[in-house]
Design a protein around this ligand. Structure first.
Ligand code: SF4
Length: 307
C-alpha cells in the first residue's frame, strides 16, 4: 500500500503561514490537497474553525470551498484556455450565485486592481499573457470569494526568479490586509523562510522537523533539514553551511519498513535507525524532530561531509 503521508499532525492559527518543504514525492502536495478535500484521506481528522470537517457532504463542501481555496503551481494548466481574464475571475462568483451582474463586474475589476492586472487585460486569454500575469489571475480567482484559508502549492516555482518576489509580496500584502491563513508548499527553503510563521519539513510522507521559522533556521536539528539548508546558494560566503551530500537510495514509499525512513541516506545512521522508527519528539520548546539521536549526535560542521 502506498502511504503518501503518515502521522502528520498540526494546527495553524488565523493569519499564520505554515511552510511545508521537502523534495518532490515527499507527500507535501498530497497533504495540501487533503486539507481541502481535493484528495480523500484514508485516516485522520480535519478541523476547520473548530468544526470537524473530515467527512462532509457535497453541499457542505461547496459552502466550505468559499472559505478554503487552492493556488496551483502552474497557472497555465489550471486556467481555462477558453476563458478571458473577466470570465475566469467572474466564474466563482457566478457559481456562488449570490452576486448581481453589476456586483460581479465591480468585484472582478477590484480584484484585477488588487492583484496588479491592468484593466486593459480584461478580455485577454491565458495564452496571451506571461507566467507572472497568469499566476496573478490564479491568485485573483482563488481570492475573489474572500476565503480565509488558502493552500498555495509551489505558486512561484514555475516563474522567473524576478517575478517570484513580486508574487510572494503580493501574497504577503493580501495576507496582511485580510488576515489570511496560508499553507505554503515548496521545495525551496529560502522561500518558506521569507513567507512562513512556522515550517514543517517532510521526508517520504513523514514530518521530520517542525518548528517556528526563526527557531528552525537558528537551531536546525534533523540531518535531512541540514542537508536541504546546505544546498541553498547563499550570497554571503560566511553564512554558507558546509554542503552535505546525501548518498544512498531513497526508501520506497510502498510499505515503508519500520525504521527511520531517512536511514539509507543519513550520514549519521546507526544500527538502531535501521531497526526502529524514531518518534517525532520535542527537542526544544515547540521544536519537534524525528530522530533517535537528536541530542547525542553533534550536528556540527565537523561531522558533515564536504564536497
Ligand atoms: Fe539519521 Fe538515525 Fe536520526 Fe534517522 S534516526 S535521522 S537515520 S540519525
Amino acid at each position: 500500500m502506498l502511504h503518501a503521508v503518515d502521522n502528520v499532525s498540526f494546527s495553524i492559527n488565523r493569519g499564520e503561514t505554515l511552510g511545508i518543504v521537502g523534495e518532490s514525492g515527499c507527500g507535501k502536495s498530497t497533504l495540501g490537497r487533503t486539507l481541502l478535500h481535493l484528495h480523500e484521506s484514508t485516516a485522520g481528522t480535519l478541523y476547520f474553525k473548530g468544526e470537524n470537517i473530515t467527512h462532509i457532504n457535497k453541499r457542505k463542501l461547496s459552502t466550505l470551498r468559499k472559505e478554503m481555496q487552492f493556488i496551483f503551481q502552474d497557472p497555465f494548466s489550471s486556467l481555462n484556455p477558453r476563458f478571458t481574464v473577466f470570465q475566469t475571475l467572474a466564474e466563482p462568483l457566478e457559481i456562488a450565485g449570490s452576486y448581481s451582474k453589476k456586483e460581479t463586474e465591480e468585484k472582478v475589476y477590484a480584484m484585477m486592481d488588487t492583484v496588479g492586472l491592468a484593466k486593459r487585460l480584461v478580455n485577454t486569454y491565458p495564452h496571451e499573457l506571461d507566467g507572472g500575469r497568469r499566476q496573478r489571475i490564479g491568485i485573483g480567482r482563488a481570492m475573489i470569494l474572500e476565503p480565509e484559508f488558502i493552500v498555495c502549492d509551489e505558486p512561484v516555482s514555475a516563474l522567473d526568479v524576478s517575478i517570484q518576489a513580486q508574487i510572494i509580496n503580493l501574497l504577503l500584502d493580501m495576507q496582511e490586509e485580510k488576515k489570511l491563513t496560508y499553507v505554503f508548499i515548496t521545495h525551496d527553503l529560502m522561500v518558506v523562510k521569507y513567507i512562513s510563521t512556522k515550517i514543517m519539513v517532510m521526508y517520504l510522507g513523514e514530518v521530520v522537523e517542525f518548528a517556528p521559522t526563526e527557531e528552525l533556521f537558528s537551531a536546525t536539528w534533523h540531518p535531512y533539514t541540514k542537508a536541504l539548508l546546505s544546498a541553498v546558494p547563499l550570497p554571503e560566503v560566511d553564512a554558507r553551511p558546509q554542503r552535505i551530500v546525501l548518498e544512498g537510495e531513497v526508501t520506497s514509499p510502498i510499505d515503508p519498513p519500520e525504521c527511520c525512513r531517512f536511514c539509507a541516506r543519513c550520514p549519521y545512521a546507526r544500527e538502531r535507525c535501521r531497526k526502529e522508527a524514531p518518534p517525532l519528539a520535542e527537542a526544544a520548546p515547540g521544536h519537534m524532530v524525528k530522530c533517535h539521536f537528536v541530542k547525542e549526535i553533534n550536528f556540527n560542521k565537523e561531522n558533515t561531509k564536504e564536497v
